[in-house]
Ligand binder design. Sequence first.
Ligand code: CA
Length: 520
Amino acid sequence: MAADTQTPLFIRMHEKDNVAIVVNDGGLPAGTQFNNGLMLREAIPQGHKVALIEIAKDQAITRYNVTIGYAQADIAAGSWIQEALVQLPPARELQNLPIANRKAPEMPALEGYTFQGFRNADGSVGTRNILAITTTVQCVAGVVDYAVKRIKEELLPRYPNVDDVVGLEHSYGCGVAIDAPDAMIPIRTVRNISLNPNFGGQTMVVSLGCEKLQPTRLFPKSVIPIQAQTQEQAEPDVVCLQDAGHIGFQSMITSIMQTAEKHLDKLNQRQRETCPASELVVGVQCGGSDAFSGVTANPAVGFATDLLVRAGATVMFSEVTEVRDGIDQLTSRAATPEIAEAMIREMDWYDQYLKRGGVDRSANTTPGNKKGGLSNIVEKAMGSIVKSGSAAITGVLSPGEKLTQKGLIYAATPASDFICGTLQTAAGMNLHIFTTGRGTPYGLAAVPVIKVATRNDLARRWHDLMDINAGRIASGEATIEELGWELFHFMLEVASGKKTWAEYWKLHNALVLFNPAPIT
Ligand code: CA
């Protein structure tokens, strides 16, 4: 590949592939001839697929050495393979999968890499020092918003070691079937987000009073003492708006501000200290994907994932519908048969969940994905799954669960950007890597988000939103390995306090809970 963007270029992911994608910005016109002699029969947009050889009707269309579909008609070499020409193959059945049969490549330990983090009493490490105000129900959101604004203006300037104040507002808490079996997912998500390492164990709660999700249900005695050193700390600090003591709105705000001040004082005593890279807990995700996601950004993230695992850190990959079509790759990479079985259980649960709603995993792809060259969910999944690198998978989390181990973890979540981010925050993520091809200004209030562009054109246009440009891989200016190392070093800097673009502009998406249970 040459850096000269005038040269017509395509990228084939595997030597057995019969299609490749067009690299050049703006696509290529009909009649373009590549170095190997292939001539385009029609204009093909950037990121879209060209047939490298003739593909007969019903023959497999192969990318990533995987059948991404079957030809709906005869396709001549040099043709544009549009979505309508690709018939979606059926989902891989969840029976008779290869189980823990692939030995992970030798990965020598990486030592000596550190970052400046905030150590917590429970052994976790924060990358930010944030006061979080947990809420039990949406009813209090307006009041918490108002209070957070006042706290930021009037109190925060007095606590220079505290980075921010965040209201953990959500749509749950009342009007829900709280005893439904699946209600455990939103409930434990709110609970575990409150315990995220970036909040330093200073849990305070604003409750309405009459809601279904009572503070004692959100924080049963067994989970509270996680950071507590004294009995007095072993209760969550709750401000209840319906308390008879409150006369008027200002009384509620004063009460929230006084409680906040107590916790700001404790958080302000935290200092960054040198921590090994093994304390990083990184959630990887993609959103607004295009055909370059699986060629540039996601492989670079996969390389960085391997570096993190070698350094003893934790990496979570998620997004069920985007790995479902690669389930056989994942079950074979599981470190033990039990881990493979746990992944199959999560996929099966999700298949049933989608079926109840009358859809399947093919509902995942968006108009933007397709415009970016991704024909269907199989093609998207093959590009998404590479974020997980090549290490053995050593753990599985159900949605909303909290991590209890290090290594490469499959954290089952929907692929929805904000829901995945919310659930990875609940799992205990202290750093988030997000790749995008179409472009999204995504950010989280609780955890820094490093955004990686898949294409030079996006990185150029969104120069003050994208943190890393992986498009340089397609234009031949950097290798996957170089980009992976760059990302790894950048992660250590961001973990130490360097601001991402989303933090600089204060771009935060809402917490969005995954609630598969009924609403009443
Ligand atoms: Ca996503």
